[in-house]
Design a protein around this ligand. Structure first.
Ligand code: PEP
Ligand code: CO
Length: 464
């Protein structure tokens, strides 16, 4: 059994030197996929130097604290919840959207803490999730071909020539909006966000529609009781019991943007990406000899790696060797996203290959990205049933292979959108037209997200 997965053993974060042949810009000597092509290189250089002078979004000690929490999760002592939009956009940097997204994530994490009886590492896909990988550089509509939309960090979604030209000023704007988002999240979290701790304010009307209504009612009742109990014994409002930690993450896709935020700090060795706590490598940019892996090799942040059905055991072992040669605990989170029809075939070999390397990892499941499909009307959706099934299979497969599923990665929003079908209210293909807002991938809505958290608790309870 992998030492890192042995409950009870919590390794500390050790000091390891930055590779001697690495610099924040060394990725530029490697092939970089999924990059924007800027027509005005001088304007790009000016924006990047401005960005490099701006204050950082996060601090090195927060990053180190997240590494410690991930090391604890690797030791079986925490569960990790990572969630948020597929892509943030500039228009939606607003109070209700940020509040509702944070609220649903906190409510989910409370259900998980209570149901799993362990602390949760909370990571938002926000404050910088503005760049998107695309399957093609160009998009054609009615005979007109334009550059693809690469996320608000790069260009604008409208299908006009002017909108699709990559604009370097967007890099500055993304940084500012990330700072605004993070500032508001920090204030909400610091203030205790008290109503999150009172289940009477949760919108639980969907429970009545669930075949598991009884189970879920019991969970929320016992959660409520234990929060009350805490209030009685401490004499304080549960909302202010303990400041919760909340971390940020995004796909570190746009390498010039990431480089500009890669800094050294006083009294710390090595380099940090101070634009986010937890950058991840997307499935399309995980080439062993590519620029993204080169960039990630030298930063001290904990890093996520998306693992898709096309990844071979040798490739994955190679990534661990390159990205974590000293086998540091708390460094690597493997986010598998296979699809419910492929996970049984693809995952066991990868789990065993990672065991054989002896490298400590935290495995988490992204049951969203392998389960995207189109309806008869051409609407991109995901079926709640399939998302659930992949998540349940992930728990079972890890268990059967002497490993542990230590978290989930979900695309979700706190709004009542209709983008994924199914769930307790059994949304149909027709319902998708009611409130479909995403310009990229379909997200779980408020109710479906809470239901997913409760399903995780239920699955976990059946296993222990
Ligand atoms: C995503 O997380 O939005 C994404 C594009 O994922 P992947 O790289 O796994 O396809
Ligand atoms: Co997505």
């Amino acid at each position: 059994m992998n030492i890192a997965n042995t409950p009870g053993h919590i390794p500390s974060v050790q000091e390891v030197n930055t590779p001697a042949d690495w610099k924040p810009e060394s990725w530029q000597d490697f092939p970089a996929l999924q990059q924007a092509t800027y027509p005005d290189q001088e304007a790009l250089a000016a924006a990047l130097s401005e960005l490099a002078e701006l204050p950082p979004l996060v601090t090195s000690w927060e990053i180190i604290s997240l590494r410690e929490q991930i090391a604890e999760a690797q030791a079986g002592k925490r569960f990790l919840l990572q969630g948020g939009d597929c892509a943030e956009n500039f228009r939606e940097c607003s109070s209700p959207l940020i509040t509702n997204r944070l609220k649903v994530l906190l409510q989910m994490s409370l259900a998980l803490v209570h149901g799993l009886q362990m602390p949760v590492v909370r990571i938002g896909r926000f404050a910088g999730q503005y760049a998107k990988p695309r399957s093609s550089d160009l998009e054609t509509r009615d005979g007109v071909t334009l550059p693809s939309f690469r996320g608000d960090l790069v260009n604008s979604v409208e299908f006009t020539e002017a909108s699709r030209v990559p604009d370097p000023q967007r890099l500055i704007q993304a940084h500012s909006l990330s700072a605004l988002t993070l500032n508001f999240v920090r204030s909400l979290v610091d203030g205790g966000f008290a109503d999150v701790h009172h289940t009477e304010y949760w919108d639980l009307s969907w429970l009545e529609h669930s075949p598991l209504a009884d189970d879920f009612h019991k969970l929320t009742e016992s959660l409520e009781q234990s929060l009350r109990f805490m209030e009685i014994i401490t004499g304080r409002d549960a909302g202010s019991l303990r400041r919760v930690d909340f971390f940020t993450s995004h796909e570190a896709l746009h390498l010039p943007y990431e480089q500009a935020q890669t800094r050294q700090v006083p009294r710390q060795w090595g380099w940090f990406n101070l634009g986010t706590h937890f950058p991840w490598i997307g499935m399309r940019t995980a080439d062993l000899d590519g620029a993204h892996v080169e960039y990630f090799r030298g930063i001290r942040n904990p890093i996520g790696i998306k693992v898709g059905p096309g990844m071979s055991p040798e490739w994955l072992a190679g990534l661990l060797e390159k990205l974590n040669p000293a086998r540091e605990p708390g460094r690597i989170v493997l986010i598998h996203r296979m699809g419910e029809s492929k996970i049984e075939e693809c995952l066991p070999g990868l789990i065993n290959a990672v065991h054989d390397t002896g490298s400590p990892v935290l495995w988490i499941s992204d049951p969203m990205h392998g389960n995207t499909e189109s309806t008869g009307d051409g609407i991109k959706t995901r079926r709640f049933r399939k998302i659930m099934r992949e998540m349940e299979l992930a728990f079972d497969i890890h268990r059967a292979n002497n490993s542990r599923l230590g978290g989930v990665h979900l695309e979700l929003t706190g709004e009542n959108v209709t983008e994924c079908t199914g769930g307790a209210r059994d949304l149909s293909d027709q319902d998708l037209k009611l409130a479909y807002k995403s310009t990229v991938d379909p997200r779980l809505n408020y109710e479906q997200s809470l239901e997913m958290a409760m399903q995780i608790v239920r699955k976990h309870a059946r296993q222990t």
